[in-house]
Design a protein around this ligand. Sequence first.
Ligand SMILES: [Zn+2]
Length: 210
Amino acid sequence: MDKQQQSPIDIQSPIVTTYVNPLQIRWSQNPKCSLKTQGGKVEVVFSGDVKEKVSFDGRSFYLWQFHFHHKSEHWISGKQFPLELHIVHQNCDPSDGGLAVLGVMIKADNSANRIPALVEAIEMTCKHDSCEKLEIETNPNEWLPPEPELYYRYEGSLTTPNFDETVSWVVFKEPLGLPRKEINRLIRFAAKPARLPQPLHRRFVLANFS
Ligand SMILES: [Zn+2]
């Protein structure tokens, strides 16, 4: 049977709702992680320590990895952004193979002065022969956009093969601004290509703001 719940999507006309169990983010300031190359582009892999968690809809997920796409995979009302960060989490219940991915749109803003330390760490590592670095610390909270309590929610899939329909998506309403120079560094070393928006079919997109 054809897949009917694919990601990404162009987010249009969401249904506005009040959440019973809204998104809660509980990441520490400096979890341990490593840089690994996947398809020529760097990914940030966390140790899988279940202390770094998000929860929503009565489910909890632990922080697993970060990666970037150029351009953005999700579109918002027909608008594509230069970069999208995917913060991937796995369900804390090992019998449930589900993932939660938080999508952060990144836009160019040359007045932004809060540059996540990870950008420098990626460039310093990848400028030399390999993008592998075993132990770094990074603060995932530095990647939260303004007003992280406002977001879209929908059920979808991985955006790379095998496109498994096991992902609960949270896409933040507001983009994070980074100077163009920093975006270009991330595109060079860390950005995977973007899949185009897929049909919504019989799904709804929720928004917890109007
Ligand atoms: Zn992704």
